[in-house]
Design a protein around this ligand. Structure first.
Ligand SMILES: [Zn+2]
Length: 306
């Protein structure tokens, strides 16, 4: 294993003897999301103990992508690394997190490589993967291999891309950067569950093991796999539309991400009594009960396995 430190970020790389795939994983891009760093520390320990033997290709991991925010147990200090993520020239750098992005970005410029970004979130709910970019066969295989119970796709079609180039760059997170045509990586954000779910780290760990196995990068001791932690049968959920909050209103219940709804069921009621109902059987995705007028209120998706 090769380990180096740059600007306070520790990067680990293990190269197999044979040619093979390239897989990169980040943890704690947001400093208060510990599951990724715990998961990747466990992977590294198992590599040291030879329970995971990297035999082909390259495995790169950064357990703590934002060490400054991590030390302060906060999402970010001056700059959210999952927004406006790109390398900057010296004169554009105004904070340490810009320097972190300059260390991390070159790791996401691996055409044909695979990138997994491990996060957790504040709402109640279980783990899910957020897919994006072209749904090629290799990409679908990557997504399914995670083993996580919920895969969400179809953002590009529901979130209309009418933004200027500059806005697009502002919203650009790590996975978006990795899948830019010039970087050419297959990339996925894995939300491992609520920040305080005790099994969030287990999910990030199992998903990383699963991808190492699927890409045939490593020989892994069978005892390390615990499919039971992944939350059951895998569904692919295709987003159909985003519902903006256009006027006052309340959710019909305290929706949890990925709650199922039946056709005709009331999702929310406007202050004027108008009901928003589900057009077909489906799922409430990323409900935001604190949305203000014109915010994204929730997404509606249906099960469409790919
Ligand atoms: Zn996050």
């Amino acid at each position: 294993m090769e380990t180096y430190e740059k600007e306070g970020i520790t990067v680990h790389t293990v190269q197999g003897k044979e040619r093979g795939e390239d897989f990169t994983v980040f943890g704690s891009v947001h400093g208060n999301e510990f599951c990724g760093s715990v998961a990747l520390d466990r992977i590294l320990q198992n590599i040291k103990d030879e329970k995971i033997r990297i035999k082909a290709g390259v495995f790169t991991c950064v357990p703590v992508a934002n060490p400054l925010a991590f030390a302060q147990k906060t999402r970010f200090v001056s700059h959210n690394l999952n927004r406006a993520f790109y390398p900057r020239e010296a004169e554009e750098i105004t904070c340490q997190e810009h320097r972190f992005a300059n260390v991390l970005a070159p790791l996401l410029q691996k055409r044909g490589g695979y990138f997994l970004d491990l996060h957790s979130y504040t709402a109640n709910g279980n783990a899910f993967a957020i897919l994006g970019g072209e749904m090629s066969e290799d990409y679908k295989a990557f997504a399914k291999s995670l083993g996580v119970a919920r895969l969400i796709y179809g953002w590009g079609e529901v979130v209309k891309d009418d933004k200027t180039h500059e806005d697009a760059r502002t919203g650009q997170g790590t996975v978006n950067y990795a899948r830019l045509p010039e970087n050419g990586m297959y990339s996925i954000t894995l939300e491992c569950g609520h920040h305080h779910n005790p099994d969030a780290a287990d999910i990030g760990y199992q998903a990383t093991l699963n991808v190492l196995k699927m890409l045939d990068i490593a020989d892994i001791e069978e005892a390390l796999f615990e499919p039971g932690v992944m939350g059951g049968e895998q569904y692919s959920i295709k987003l159909k539309y985003v519902q903006f909050k256009t006027k006052d209103g309340e959710f019909a219940k305290d929706w949890i991400n990925m709650d199922s709804v039946l056709a005709g069921e009331t999702i929310a009621t406007g202050g004027d009594g108008e009901k928003l109902t589900a057009p077909q059987d489906g799922f409430i995705v990323l409900p935001n009960k604190n949305a203000t007028i014109y915010d994204e209120w929730f997404f509606f998706g249906v099960r469409e396995d790919f």
